[in-house]
Design a protein around this ligand. Sequence first.
Ligand SMILES: Nc1ncnc2c1ncn2[C@@H]1O[C@H](COP(=O)(O)OP(=O)(O)O)[C@@H](O)[C@H]1O
Ligand SMILES: [Mg+2]
Length: 448
Amino acid sequence: MRKLSIQFVCAECQTHYPRWQGQCTDCLAWNTLTETVEERSSPKQGIEAYSTPIKLKDITPKPSIISPTRLSEVDRVLGGGIVQGSAILIGGEPGIGKSTLTLQMAHIFASEGKTVLYVSGEESLDQLSLRSNRLDTHDDSIFVMHEQNLSGVIAAIKSIRPDLVIIDSIQVMSTPTLNSVAGSVTQVRECAQELISLIKTINTTLLLVGHITKDGSLAGPKVLEHIVDVILAMEGQKDKSYRLLRCLKNRYGSTQELGLLDMTQEGLKSIQDATAMFIDEGALNRPGSVITPVCEGSRVLLVEIQALVVDSGYGIAKRTFLGVDPNRANVMIAAMDKLLNLKLMSKDIFISIIGGLKFSDPSIDLAMVTAILSSLTDTPVGSKVAVFGEVGLTGEIRATPNAEKRIAELEKIGFTTVYYPQKNTIKYTPTTLKIVPVSDIQSIPLYT
Ligand SMILES: Nc1ncnc2c1ncn2[C@@H]1O[C@H](COP(=O)(O)OP(=O)(O)O)[C@@H](O)[C@H]1O
Ligand SMILES: [Mg+2]
């Protein structure tokens, strides 16, 4: 017999509660409980089929079929391309380009003679057609439907048997077997689970578009992140055309790579030469601005870190950090205060990575220290000078991975000097770039 029960479910950890409370007592997250109506049926009668354990060495896995997407930056992030039969979740803010990217994927699949089913739950078919005109993706084997009912989608998948299914977005889908509203934790979990188990049985690839919450994490239940094979996150800035594509989870490859795409009238295009795209030559050479090479997977990006140090008024000194890890920035300031005797407690300090980028790589520590020193002493570092290295609590500059690769890129771009950790051994000798080893923050030779 079926029973309806009202439950409150935590979106983070899926713990169920009989009544609402502000904090989940299990994972301690605040305001994550949502009301859901769950249908419970009595235990199934009869014989259930169980699987039998087999020896691991006896399994001969089927080779995975990987389809390159022809967008080199997407392939870089995915580790070669889309694995057939995988479930991929694409998350990002509204207007970032999720629907554009998925429609481009549909076009790539279709142009290889594969069948695609694009389920648009958010936009009308007219809107989809207008975008398709702009992106030139009118292929013969792309089927579209405007549907929010999961049963309709399942029926369409079963009848068309597509090679790729796109659900835009999973938050607007709902299954009539549950009474809760679309977008609720139970609906999203149930719809995703049902779709994934279907595509796994017919070896079809699934692209799920997902919303993100105000704090930037994927909306919906945490379990969604566990059941998909790959999670892609699209980021960018409203006023800029570049888009960053990161892989937050990948069952088939690395999650280290960063993809750089450009949003154009004709859709997303790969950015080939990205090393120096975030630095603006004209704005450099001012006090407080420093360039540092950051490693993102196999690529090196040059980023500009700026610091502004001013005398603070009354009260506690202000500290504002944009794009850098605030904890690391505070540690750097404390270390400089003590080791360089700078009395920074009476200064307001602002640190920012230009271009709205965010990096947590500790190799940017030395650039933060240098930018603060540069602003404090009103001395420009120079537009052709770069620094990198992790700084410890005692002011020592620690060895940094990929030092040679960073140095090689700086030489390629035409930098004249680089300050790098003395602990790194550099076997390669640059011809046009002067390399200066530094051991601790007390011996930064920039102002001597
Ligand atoms: N004609 C155009 N030329 C260039 N970019 C456009 C054009 N039309 C839309 N865009 C870009 O596409 C974005 C919308 O993409 P879309 O795929 O609908 O985003 P999402 O599905 O993530 O909400 C807009 O924010 C804009 O950046
Ligand atoms: Mg969209």
